[in-house]
Design a protein around this ligand. Structure first.
Ligand code: TTP
Ligand code: CA
Ligand code: CA
Length: 633
């Protein structure tokens, strides 16, 4: 659901950078002999020559399109070079493309706030860089301007071929322009330099849009490709949107766009201008109505998030037509493959970036044989993510079983699965603390600790981490890197804001600090508390253990409501049926407690000798996970 955000007071300079025919470029870098030849990348599935997923610009000239199969592409372009996507575990392996995207991100992020928006796209907030350039070396003072900047397409400037570069130079250097346009001119020069740098360092070309907000920058980056850039001065926004088909806007590609077309007769974004905000809100609700009113005017206050790493990891596979999976055994086989890959990727993310994924989600596409209700959907299911291939595989299977139970009809259990995917989301940074629990365990035999059952590191022992140091890369271990007095919590955001969010009663944590002894709960309140709907792997699976995604959100709202006993009781009452893992205090080795930070010791001892009313142990705070018993089975 789109959220309207007011335009910021001061003008910003936002760039959207999108790599050209990305997978093709990655393959051409691997095999330079392919450069200049019509090339496309195909899915490994060899049916009719495989499905094209990326088409180089030389091949596009022959009419080759992404929607074609390899055989069709050969018909229109007999010389086309069809490169198979790398394969691992029987499915496409996108690692080389992801890594190539990361190379680009690391170059672009040097110039401003950078948001990795997809495998080959980045948003950059270049406002500060543009302001500095404008005050120190404005374009008109530059001795020369790179050709790449002069090749910019500036909307509103007549593109008359020969004279174009001269027109662009004049526009970039105009002394009497307003501040907004001058900033965009600086932005265009900075982006052209970045694009050259990307080419020099990675051999990849990219295209870019430069505008005052993300929405316009994204629209502009696709306007002139490959290896070009487009600038959107404010004075041209109205014309741009007047002719822009609604379906071309990212958020209007689906039902909302269709409704605008069929119900309001709106064909272009500019057509929306005729409707008042009240009318749009009446029809689409307050938020969507305001958002529509804003985008019709090119207004979007959406910030560039500081995010160099992906928000989630996912891997999936489709089983079209006759390949549909029809038995539990075949589903398990593919879930195992998918989980293996996902597990590797989150483990790598943990080792490299110190980030922990909290939620595992399973999506499936399915159909029922002889079923008229073709609308029926296989429900997506999620649960708390446990690290380690075996655990993830076990959990994914349970999620699948749970989804299947909801999906099948009592009178008909003949089903087929057309796609499967697993994803890891709610990925949070490990707080970078000054006081790391690693110091508490220094010199210990990590393995004996983890296998003693005293501290159940939620990690598959059979999976040595790439760093070769098992214990230090386990999430449970790393998550214990706390600094008792630190204010930075899991998501790395401004803590003053977070404190407010965390405490449903509006009491800042700081204010309460003096009164309440430190509780580990507090450190994790920014995290996903779906631990409440966790299962221990050994407990009986039941429908409450796995919840639909919406239900997860609903639960989380309750879980964020504070940390006093009343709140906890409230949680229990609102979620009476969930199956939570309960800490068995006898599983805690007292000698380990002694080695924990004092605050945590206090809390754990409170569990061991609880005052009458204290219910903490029952409530499965995140700390309980650190004491997960070793699996008995
Ligand atoms: P896109 O940026 O959509 O396309 P592109 O980079 O190939 O071409 P363009 O120059 O027009 O931007 O997608 C980036 C990569 O993502 C693409 O190279 C292959 C992959 N991809 C798929 O695997 N399947 C898809 O349906 C799409 C759209 C992209
Ligand atoms: Ca692209
Ligand atoms: Ca893209």
């Amino acid at each position: 659901m789109p959220i309207p955000r007011p335009a910021p007071q001061a003008a910003r300079v936002i760039a959207h950078v999108d790599m050209d025919c990305f997978y093709v470029q990655v393959e051409q870098r691997k095999k330079p002999e392919l450069r200049g030849l019509p090339t496309a990348v195909v899915q490994y599935n060899a049916w009719k020559g495989g499905g094209l997923i990326a088409v180089g610009y030389e091949a596009r000239k022959f009419g080759v399109k992404r929607s074609m199969r390899g055989d069709e592409a050969k018909e229109v372009c007999p010389d086309i070079q069809l490169i198979q996507v790398p394969v691992a575990r029987g499915k496409a392996d996108l690692k080389s493309y992801r890594d190539a995207g990361s190379e680009v991100v690391s170059i672009l992020s040097a110039k401003g706030r950078c948001e990795r928006a997809s495998i080959d796209e980045v948003y950059l907030d270049l406002t500060d860089a543009a302001e500095s350039m404008l005050s120190e070396t404005p374009p008109e003072m530059l001795e020369s301007i790179e050709k790449e900047a002069l090749k910019s397409h500036v909307l509103g400037l007549t593109d008359d071929g020969k004279e174009n570069e001269e027109n662009v130079r004049r526009w970039l250097c105009q002394d009497d322009a307003d501040h907004e346009d001058k900033l965009l001119a600086c932005g265009a020069i900075i982006v052209s330099q970045l694009r050259i740098q990307v080419l020099e360092e990675t051999q990849f070309t990219c295209s870019a849009g430069i505008a005052h907000n993300k929405m316009l920058a994204k629209l502009a980056s696709a306007m002139h490709k490959p290896a070009q850039q487009t600038v959107v001065p404010t004075s041209c926004v109205k014309d741009l949107l007047a002719s822009l088909p609604v379906k071309k806007m990212k958020q209007l590609g689906g039902k909302l766009g269709s409704s605008l077309q069929s119900d309001l007769g709106v064909q272009t974004v500019g057509d929306l201008l005729q409707f008042s905000v009240e009318k749009l809100q009446e029809r689409y609700g307050t938020n969507t109505g305001s958002w529509l009113w804003n985008i019709a005017r090119g207004i979007s206050g959406e910030e560039v998030e500081s995010r160099l790493l992906p928000k989630s990891h996912g891997c999936g596979k489709t089983f079209p037509g006759p390949q549909a999976l029809k038995s539990i055994a075949s589903v398990e086989h593919w879930l195992n493959q998918l989980c293996e890959e996902l597990s590797e990727r989150i483990q790598y993310d943990l080792d490299q970036n110190k980030r922990i994924a909290h939620t595992l989600t399973l999506h499936a596409g399915a159909f029922m044989y002889n079923e008229k209700e073709s609308q029926r959907k296989f429900p997506s299911k999620s649960c708390q993510l446990r690290y380690g291939i075996a655990k993830m595989q076990e959990d994914a299977k349970k999620l699948f079983d749970s989804g299947l139970r909801d999906f099948v009809c009592p009178h008909n259990n003949r089903w087929g699965i057309t796609s499967l995917s697993v994803s890891a989301s709610k990925i949070l940074d490990i707080p970078s603390g000054t006081c790391s629990i690693s110091s508490f365990f220094q010199g210990k035999d990590c393995h004996s600790l983890s296998s003693s059952g005293s501290i159940g590191f939620n990690h598959d022992q059979s999976l040595p981490s790439p760093s070769g140091n098992k214990i230090c890369t386990t999430p449970m271990y790393d998550m214990l890197q706390l600094r008792p007095s630190c204010e930075k919590i899991c998501d790395g955001h401004d803590t003053s804001k977070q404190n407010k969010t965390l405490d449903g009663r509006g009491t800042s944590l700081k204010k309460r600090k003096g009164k309440e002894p430190g509780s580990i709960l507090r450190y994790f309140q920014g995290c996903d508390f779906s631990a409440k709907q966790v299962f221990d792997g050994s407990s009986q699976m039941n429908s409450e253990s796995y919840v639909d995604l919406d239900a997860t959100k609903h639960q989380r709202r309750h879980l964020l409501c504070g940390d006093n006993d009343n709140d906890r009781i409230h949680e229990e009452q609102t979620m009476p049926t969930r199956t939570a893992w309960h800490l068995n205090v006898e599983d805690i080795d007292p000698s380990v407690i002694d080695e924990l930070p004092l605050e945590i010791q206090r809390e754990v001892r409170g569990w061991l000798h609880p005052p009458k009313r204290v219910q903490a142990a029952k409530h499965c705070s995140q700390i309980t996970q650190y004491f997960l018993p070793a699996k008995k089975s």
